[in-house]
Every structure is written in C-alpha cells, then in structure tokens.
Design a binder for this molecule. Structure first.
Ligand SMILES: Cc1cc2nc3c(=O)[nH]c(=O)nc-3n(C[C@H](O)[C@H](O)[C@H](O)COP(=O)(O)OP(=O)(O)OC[C@H]3O[C@@H](n4cnc5c(N)ncnc54)[C@H](O)[C@@H]3O)c2cc1C
Length: 381
C-alpha cells in the first residue's frame, strides 16, 4: 500500500501548517490561560476551507479524504489541542453523519453552512448515566404532531453553546437498547434546547463542554437522520472516523512536545554540555520519536483504509488506543526533558500533558477501544 502523501495532500498540509504557525501558535497560551473559546481561529480556519474538508464539493466543501482531515488536525494540535478538537468534532462526528446518512434534501439544507463554518456542529450521545454504555441512553424522542418531542439531557458535549446544529441520539423505542435509538439533527436555536455553563476541566481549556438539555424539544420528522432505529449505527460509524481525528489530535500533541524537547535538549547545558549529550535524554528522544512516527503511520493507514471504503472499526480503535496512549507518554517524557521548566505553565508542556489526558477518554475510553478490538478479532472467522 502506498502511504506517501499525494501533491494535493502535501498542499493541504502546507496550508494547515502555515495557518497553525501564523495564527494558532501565537494564540495557544492565552486561549488556555483565559479559557477562551477561539472563535477568531475557527473563523480563520473557515475562511481557508478547513471546516468543510470532508463535505462533498457539490455541497460547498473541499471533498477531501480522511488522510487530509488527519493531516489538518495534526498540524493544528501541534500548537493548540483545544482549537484542534473544536474543528475535529465539527468536521467528523458533527458533520460527517449528515454527509453519510442524510437525504439529498438534508444535505442541501445543512452541509453548505457546515462546510463554510457559518454553523458549527456538535455530537450529542453521552448522558450522565450512559457513557461507555451508550446504548442505554435515556433521552427519548416521542412521536408528536407529525414530528418528535425530545426530552432528556446530554453530558460533556463539545462545542455546546457555540454549535448551530447538534447531531443527537435519542430513544424512539425506549428499553430496546441499540435498536431503539434514532438520530436527529437539532438546530442550536431550537427553543427546546438549554445549554448549561461550560464545565471547568483539567485541560482543553479553549474547548467548551457543557450539559445540553432537551425539554419538550420539537423536531420535525424531516430532521431525523436515517430510519427510526438506525441511530446507534449512525453514532458508531461517526465515531469510527471520529477516532481518526482524535488520533491525529494526539499525534499533533506528541509531535509538538517532541519538537520542543529536541530544541531544549540542544540548548540547555548542565555539567558543561548540552543535556542532549546525555544518553538518558537521547533514549527519551528516540523513544518519543518512535511513538510519534508509529502513531502517524497507523493513523494514515486507517484513514486510507476508510477512504478505500473498507471496514475500519477495529483499525480505528487500534489507532485511537495507540496514538492517544503514546501522546500521554510522549508529553510526560517531553516535560521531563525540560526539568523544572516543563512544570511551569509559561511553557506549553504542562498544557500538553493536561490536554493529552482527554484523548484517552473521549470518543470511547481506551478501555472501550480494547473491548472493540478484542470483539472484532474474536468474531472474525
Ligand atoms: C473533554 C471531553 C469532551 C467530550 N465530548 C463529548 C461530545 O462532544 N459528545 C459526547 O457525546 N460525549 C463527549 N464526551 C464524553 C465521553 O465520550 C465519555 O466521557 C466517555 O465515553 C466515557 O464515558 P463516562 O465518562 O461516562 O465513563 P464511564 O463509561 O462511566 O467509565 C468509567 C470508567 O470505567 C471504564 N469502563 C466502562 N465500561 C467498561 C468496560 N465494559 N470494560 C472496561 N472498562 C470499562 C471506563 O474505561 C472508565 O475508565 C466528552 C468527554 C470529555 C472528557
């Protein structure tokens, strides 16, 4: 399999890299310290077409592949994982389900605004009592007056309050588990939606997550995505390619940490020589570089597999597990290379460690990735 980037993918990498260096890098520290949602960066990324990467050209997007998507997220996450996850969630789990499962009319109605960044998307699956066990969610969608009435609450929703559209999973046949779930696209302006205040969290301070409540929220039948009972399938397919994006975010975090550790190891002198001359530091650098490269190749291979239209559930889980565990290890090791300075918030290392932790938790914890991998392997003939 050829895994070299095409000229088109190289071009998108250059575009994303320039955006990340010129616009994202100078803002990253303040976004973290001020817990500021980076609307300015989302707007600039929109102007560059980076919010419509996976949207087909006929609906105003770039119509690019998942490898290009992974490259863009990695480049942004190298400097700011908050900005990366906002764009990642919008592009993958927020927008892609509409491109994959929407009717022609739904695509015409929603995709152009999502591709241009006029509206940001969110994905609402998790509930307070339904995290890993998402099939047992309690939000209901009851048929009413030719449409549906949604009642319930979603937890931890990225882009909540900023999103113009929410892809929401709710039970149309409560008690039937996965088969009883349907997917809906709910407008952010729907008066039946209430968004709670952003949660204070360990990291990703620029990316808002909140509870989203649905109280007698009226949704027309035309806004159901797929057939009744298809919602869990929609969510799982969205998460499969979402995991490519989270892996790319993790690689960006790890690559950024490695870059800074390398620069520091060249410059910092102790015992009269650069610390990069000590073998223990060299070992750390080598181990970090291996993990970053392996995670990137795995992610690119999974993205390419997805783009060839092959099954990639197991591969997406393997990639997410390896890339995000690697990001945690690499960011911690890179912090160690900087010694006491790594522990200071004025350097970006502590932020990277805080941000990397979330990658091991969302879009399926890494324990759940192992469950998926083992299940897929055990049932294969
Ligand atoms: C920053 C952030 C952003 C998020 N954004 C979104 C979003 O946009 N949309 C959305 O829908 N959700 C979002 N989430 C929710 C996220 O996907 C869930 O937190 C995650 O799926 C885990 O669910 P939980 O927190 O309820 O943990 P639980 O499911 O309660 O798990 C608790 C612990 O038990 C382990 N565990 C559970 N079941 C098993 C099992 N079968 N085998 C082994 N171990 C198990 C877990 O791995 C974990 O360690 C976000 C979360 C965070 C932290």
């Amino acid at each position: 399999m050829e895994l070299a980037l095409s000229p088109e993918q190289e071009e998108i990498r250059r575009l994303a890299h320039d955006f990340a260096v010129k616009e994202v890098k100078p803002r990253a520290q303040a976004i973290d310290q001020d817990h500021e949602f980076p609307q300015d960066l989302v707007d600039k990324a929109s102007q560059l077409g980076l919010l419509g990467i996976l949207v087909p050209e006929e609906y105003g997007g770039a119509g690019l592949d998942h490898l290009s998507f992974a490259i863009v997220i990695e480049e942004i996450a190298r400097f700011c994982a908050s900005t990366a996850v906002i764009i990642d969630v919008h592009t993958s789990v927020g927008t892609e389900p509409i491109a994959l499962f929407g009717t022609a009319e739904q695509k015409r109605r929603w995709l152009p605004d999502l591709a241009s960044g006029k509206r940001l998307a969110a994905f609402a699956l998790t509930e307070a009592d339904a995290g890993s066990d998402a099939a047992h969610l309690k939000t209901t969608a009851t048929r009413r007056d030719g449409g549906y009435e949604l009642n319930g609450a979603k937890m931890f929703i990225t882009n909540a309050g900023h999103a113009g559209l929410y892809v929401v999973m709710a039970a149309t046949a409560p008690g039937k588990g996965a088969e009883g779930i349907s997917a809906f696209v709910v407008e952010g302006a729907n008066p039946g939606i209430t968004v709670g205040p952003p949660f204070e969290k360990m990291g990703l301070n620029g990316s808002a997550i909140s509870e989203v409540r649905f109280d007698r929220c009226q949704v027309p039948s035309t806004d159901r995505l797929g057939m009744e009972g298809d919602g869990f399938k929609v969510a799982m397919r969205a998460l499969d390619s979402g995991r490519i994006g989270i892996s790319a975010q993790a690689i960006g975090l790890a690559q950024g940490a490695l870059d800074d550790a390398l620069a520091y190891a060249r410059e910092r002198k102790q015992f009269g020589k650069p610390i990069g001359d000590f073998q223990t530091i060299q070992n750390k650098i080598a181990d970090m570089a291996v993990k970053v490269s392996a995670a990137r190749w795995l992610t690119w291979a999974t993205a390419a597999r997805c783009d060839r239209g092959e099954a990639f559930t197991k591969e997406a889980s393997m990639t997410k597990l390896f890339a995000t565990d690697s990001a945690m290890e690499v960011t911690l090791e890179a912090l160690q290379v900087l010694g006491g300075y790594g522990y200071l918030e004025e350097y970006p290392m502590a932020r990277r460690v805080r941000d990397a932790k979330a990658c091991q938790i969302y879009e399926g914890t890494n324990q759940i990735q192992r469950v998926v991998i083992a299940r897929e392997l055990l049932r294969a003939s």
